[in-house]
Ligand binder design. Structure first.
Ligand code: AKG
Ligand code: FE2
Ligand code: ZN
Length: 393
């Protein structure tokens, strides 16, 4: 016989109501926090919800100041104790709590002029501040990073991705004019680099791109950054047909690289949407494009591409600055387009290094904030494994 001791809990056939939030019995049973059902070390689930023959039903539900206690109609009997605060944090009625990740701020040059982004200095910057800026604006600039500190600085986010580069596997790639490197990429020339996304010819996961300036004494070579998400949203509103074409038609991106060792290829739309029609990635690298489409798509594609290229060239979107020795520019490569103007190598020396860290690591650092509630904070893994960047974050 079902019993409840508190008038504040309303029990229905399939769910109960606590503080105006409905919780299904099946969800509650699935999320039991006891050590038989959920590993106290990792917080991972053990209990197999499919092992119950009938849908879970409570035998009794009681509530005190802190907890909701449910005895289940099960053999052997089972009790779940949920901190009320945990339940309210995890309530999903009518919707789960909004994402704990900060919102992106989409920008164009007018917005940046009105809100000049904070620059950070290696010697006294707070990782939480620049990581948040990297997440929200899509980029951040750290000044005066000593060359020898670059690798350890980047690993504040996570492990640096290893690539086949310059004939060996390495985490940093040199970008400087040199006959040795010129065969691999237009980046290693003095040509203009039209604003682009990196690694579009790979089926690779999203990255934080890093551009580090070792030296820049040439004339020209100014850097360009564009918020591709802002540009795409404007395109969606102003040129809906071209926008659709760029989300539907796949470009064959290729990169014959590392002095002939690999031919990377990947098919991508210029603008990728998720199931909610939100822009989740821009894949644009003019230098790597191979247009290899059925006859009937060519005209539509080139018309849309030409409009897109006009947006990329527009001063409305291009944030221009001169990268200086010791500057480390970090950017969300799925969102930002980055480029540089051409430069004259006879006027000095321009030497950059690039690297990449998986975007997941940055997001995962932000996710830690989600864990700041009592039930999860109690997990052993958090108390024993907090070290390094996590404790300073
Ligand atoms: O030289 C620069 O400023 C950028 C280089 C670059 O974007 C690349 O090599 O992919
Ligand atoms: Fe690049
Ligand atoms: Zn349990």
């Amino acid at each position: 016989m079902l019993s409840t001791t508190s008038s504040t809990i309303n029990l229905q056939d399939n769910f109960l109501v606590l503080e105006n939030k409905r919780f299904h019995y099946i969800w509650l049973r699935h999320h039991c926090l006891c050590s038989q059902c959920c590993d106290a070390w990792s917080g991972q689930k053990i209990y197999d919800i499919n092992s119950c023959t009938n849908p879970p039903q409570p035998l009794s539900v009681t509530r005190n100041d802190k907890n909701l206690i449910i005895d289940w109609q099960e053999d052997p009997q089972h009790q779940s104790v949920f901190p009320i605060s945990w339940l309210l944090n995890h309530a999903y009625d009518p919707e789960p709590n909004p994402n704990f990740e900060p919102e992106y701020i989409l920008w164009d040059t007018d917005w940046l002029r009105a809100h000049p982004p904070q620059q950070h200095d290696f010697s006294n910057c707070n990782p939480e501040t620049w990581m948040n800026q990297l997440y929200v604006l899509g980029f951040t600039l750290i000044k005066n990073v000593p060359h020898e500190a670059l690798e350890s600085f980047l690993t504040l986010i996570g492990p640096i991705r290893e690539y086949a580069r310059d004939g060996k596997f390495s985490i940093l790639k040199s970008v400087r004019p040199s006959s040795e490197y010129a065969c691999s990429d237009l980046g290693s020339s003095s040509n203009e680099l039209i604003p682009h996304n990196d690694i579009v010819s790979w089926d690779a996961s999203p990255i934080v791109g890093a551009l580090y300036c070792v030296e820049n004494t040439t004339s020209g070579g100014e850097s360009i950054l564009i918020d591709g998400f802002k540009m795409a949203e404007d395109l969606r509103r102003e040129e809906p047909e071209h926008f659709s074409a760029l989300t539907e038609i796949l470009v064959d991106y290729w990169h014959y690289f590392d002095c002939g060792s690999y031919l990377m290829r990947s098919k991508k739309p210029l603008i990728e949407l998720n199931r909610k029609d939100e822009v989740v990635s821009i894949y644009y690298s003019y230098k790597n494009m191979n247009i290899n489409l059925p006859f009937d798509q060519i005209q539509r594609f080139y018309e849309a591409l030409s409009v897109f290229m006009g947006y990329v060239r527009s001063q409305k979107y291009q944030y221009n600055f001169r990268i200086q020795a010791g500057d480390c520019l970090l950017f969300n490569n799925s969102r930002m387009l980055h480029g540089r103007k051409s430069f004259d190598p006879s006027t000095g020396f321009r030497y950059l290094e690039t690297a990449a860290v998986e975007w997941d690591y940055l997001r995962s650092l932000l996710n830690l904030k989600h864990l700041q509630h009592p039930a999860i904070e109690g997990l052993s893994i958090l108390n024993t494994h907090r070290y390094g960047v996590q404790s300073s974050y």
